[in-house]
Design a protein around this ligand. Structure first.
Ligand SMILES: Nc1nc2c(c(=O)[nH]1)N[C@H]1C(S)=C(S)[C@@H](COP(=O)(O)OP(=O)(O)OC[C@H]3O[C@@H](n4cnc5c(=O)[nH]c(N)nc54)[C@H](O)[C@@H]3O)O[C@H]1N2
Ligand SMILES: Nc1nc2c(c(=O)[nH]1)N[C@H]1C(S)=C(S)[C@@H](COP(=O)(O)OP(=O)(O)OC[C@H]3O[C@@H](n4cnc5c(=O)[nH]c(N)nc54)[C@H](O)[C@@H]3O)O[C@H]1N2
Ligand SMILES: [Mo]
Length: 559
């Protein structure tokens, strides 16, 4: 999920949350903001109350669609055509920002040739969106400026997710809606600290600060700092690890705070893969579906039971403070990692006296290396090796967080990215073409399943199913099904339906609702007994390697 990796450096909001209120137009595409990012959703509502125009593109009539100037209900997986089509109209109407294109970008002419083929008629045919709505959206985004784009998983969880993100960058550059207050591209990050985890290199292809594993200079810098030799090739992503486990090529796995036995696509394959491992360790707060498959479970402390930092979706690195003691033997994750590493380095230094094992990571990482006194000391190490975090320490972020890049100890932080130039210098227009999802409806599986979340639950529910109030509000799965489709199959609201895909079968209650269009159904992955991920497809985007969780083909039957 490296988002805007190509032109813009890394996947992060270019602007700040509060900045949304300065936008004249807000374009929300593939984000159910009021349910999944309620704080930002509230900002959007406030901006609209103050007169901003809202454009929503979502296959479902999400809450924000009710206050939108236009809601485009596209067929799932057709965002690229939609965005190219908007660009086409913007050019036809002369609404592009010629000065920005000339001074700040390159590759415009070649790209233009591609979008010229995305006529309103063709785009309407591909997406199912009425031509008039395409015009309204394009005119607002390009004409009523500054305009911001917010996007989330509706854009990225596709086999064309990476190209979708490029298409967003293209329309932002075309209209000069970048690098200024109230403009920008805002990928709304998901988990609490997913931004921070990516920033510090919890990705197989990056060291901290998006320094590339394949870059010799970066690798040598870290090798020197840590006193080890480091592998020159990127590691595997989750899906690749699970496949390797299934094939017996990966023998052991340590999962820290993920419940993949429910959250990954085609979970029956996931569970089979985990069972193939010789050894599985899980660090968890609770005995999740994944932890139950583990040989060893290491009890971890939750956010309220430890000190540290979270980097939020607007790149703000902020402190979190221990409020209560962890229960029992639970410890902070950094302590667990250091304890295990200390023991592993004792074993491997003893081993290296006996035989010369060519391990992927070798060196004198002795037990003393893992003796951090506190998370503050770890942050100092991060700052010493990560240019965008160089100016951050616990003292500076004590009262209020700082937004990276913070290149030096006297730098105030960076609320808006790309104000003068892009990470790569000039912004590059990338020609990208519509491509159908990996699996499209056919006679056997005539519906499109798209998946996501609801307000009341968090992912696999290992935390939220423990909250009685939330369970009262949202006790069970309810598959969203269009009234016309329901009528055709004699399905009434609340009936039990059977949904099958090429991967598996689940049964669930139906919610007959206009929220979804004809031929589309929506499920979550919050409930173990009616789990969307039994059905989902493992096909991935070739660049970002994110699975196509937003589109697969299914059959729906009354039980
Ligand atoms: N309450 C709650 N909040 C959460 C989470 C949670 O589990 N519960 N999870 C957090 C995490 S980790 C994340 S990543 C975010 C996710 O936040 P979002 O991405 O906003 O949530 P989703 O429900 O996955 O999907 C968003 C929207 O994409 C739409 N969509 C489906 N298919 C398509 C398509 O082809 N194109 C477009 N444009 N849209 C499509 C869906 O209809 C849905 O409204 O939420 C975070 N916040
Ligand atoms: N069908 C479908 N599947 C999806 C998605 C979708 O839209 N559709 N979205 C995908 C996305 S964007 C995401 S982010 C994933 C989420 O997938 P997961 O991350 O696997 O889901 P969670 O239920 O959030 O699991 C996190 C676990 O971490 C534990 N935990 C919480 N805090 C801590 C801590 O401090 N330390 C440790 N060690 N553990 C902790 C919790 O108890 C919980 O069990 O799901 C993905 N799967
Ligand atoms: Mo996420």
């Amino acid at each position: 999920m490296t988002g805007l990796a190509t032109s813009f450096g890394s996947g992060a909001m270019t602007n700040s949350i509060a900045d949304l209120e300065q936008a004249q137009t807000i374009f929300v595409i593939g984000s159910n903001t009021t349910e999944q990012h309620p704080v930002i959703g509230t900002r959007i509502r406030k901006a609209v109350r103050k007169g901003a125009k809202l454009v929503v593109a979502d296959p479902r009539a999400i809450d924000l669609a009710n206050i939108a100037a236009v809601h485009m209900r596209q067929r799932p997986g057709t965002d690229l055509a939609l965005l190219n089509g908007m660009a086409h109209i913007i050019l036809k109407e002369g609404l592009e920002d010629k000065e920005f294109i000339a001074n700040r970008t390159e590759g415009f002419d070649e790209w233009r040739k591609v979008v010229e083929t995305y006529t309103p008629a063709r785009v309407s045919e591909i997406t199912g969106i009425p031509i008039d709505d395409l015009f309204t959206a394009a005119r607002l985004y390009a004409g009523n400026k500054p305009a911001t784009i917010c996007y989330a998983m509706g854009i990225t969880q596709h086999t064309v997710g990476h190209n979708n993100v490029l298409a967003i960058a293209n329309v932002a550059m075309l209209t000069g809606n970048i690098g200024k207050p109230g403009a920008g591209i805002d990928p709304l990050r998901g988990q609490n600290n997913v931004q921070g985890a990516c920033d510090v290199g919890a990705l197989p292809n990056f060291y901290p600060g998006y320094q590339k594993v394949i870059d010799d200079a970066a690798r040598e810098k870290f090798a020197k700092a840590w006193g080890v030799s480091l592998p020159p090739k990127p590691g595997l992503v989750v899906g690749e690890m699970l496949n390797a486990a299934h094939e017996g090529k990966l023998k052991a796995m340590w999962i820290i705070g993920e419940n993949v036995a429910m959250s990954d696509p085609d979970v029956q394959h996931v569970i089979a893969s985990l069972k193939h491992l010789d050894f599985l360790v899980v660090s968890e707060l609770f005995m999740t579906e994944t932890a139950q498959l583990a040989d060893v479970v290491l009890p971890a402390a939750s956010f309220a039971e430890k000190d540290g930092t979270f980097s939020n979706t607007e790149r703000r690195v902020q402190r979190v403070r221990k409020a209560v003691n962890p229960p029992g033997e639970a410890r902070a994750d950094w302590q667990i990692v250091c304890e295990v590493a200390r023991r592993m380095s004792q074993v491997s230094s003893r081993k290296s006296q006996v035989a010369d094992d060519s391990q992927p990571v070798t060196g004198d990482l002795g037990p003393e290396t893992w003796n951090y006194a506190s998370p503050a000391q770890i942050m100092d190490e991060i700052a010493s090796l990560t240019p965008s975090y160089a100016g951050i320490n616990y003292e500076r972020i004590d009262a209020k967080g700082l937004q990276w890049p913070v290149p030096s100890k006297d730098h105030p932080g960076t609320p808006i990215l790309h104000a003068e130039k892009f990470t790569r210098g000039k912004g590059l227009f990338s020609p990208v073409e519509h491509q159908e999802p990996a699996e499209t409806p056919d006679q056997e599986f005539p519906f499109t399943l798209t998946t996501g979340r609801i307000l009341q639950h968090y992912h696999t529910g290992s935390m939220t199913h423990r909250v009685a109030g939330l369970e009262t509000l949202a006790p069970e799965e309810r598959v969203e099904l269009n009234p016309d489709d329901a009528a055709q199959m004699d399905i009434l609201d609340g009936d039990c339906v059977r949904i099958s895909s090429r991967r598996g079968i689940v049964e669930s209650k139906a919610w007959v609702t206009e929220r979804v269009g004809r031929g589309v159904i929506f499920m979550t992955f919050h409930y173990a007994n009616a789990l969307g991920n039994v059905l989902t497809n493992t096909a991935v985007d070739p660049v970002a390697k994110i699975p196509e969780l937003k589109v697969c083909a299914v059959r729906v039957e009354r039980v």
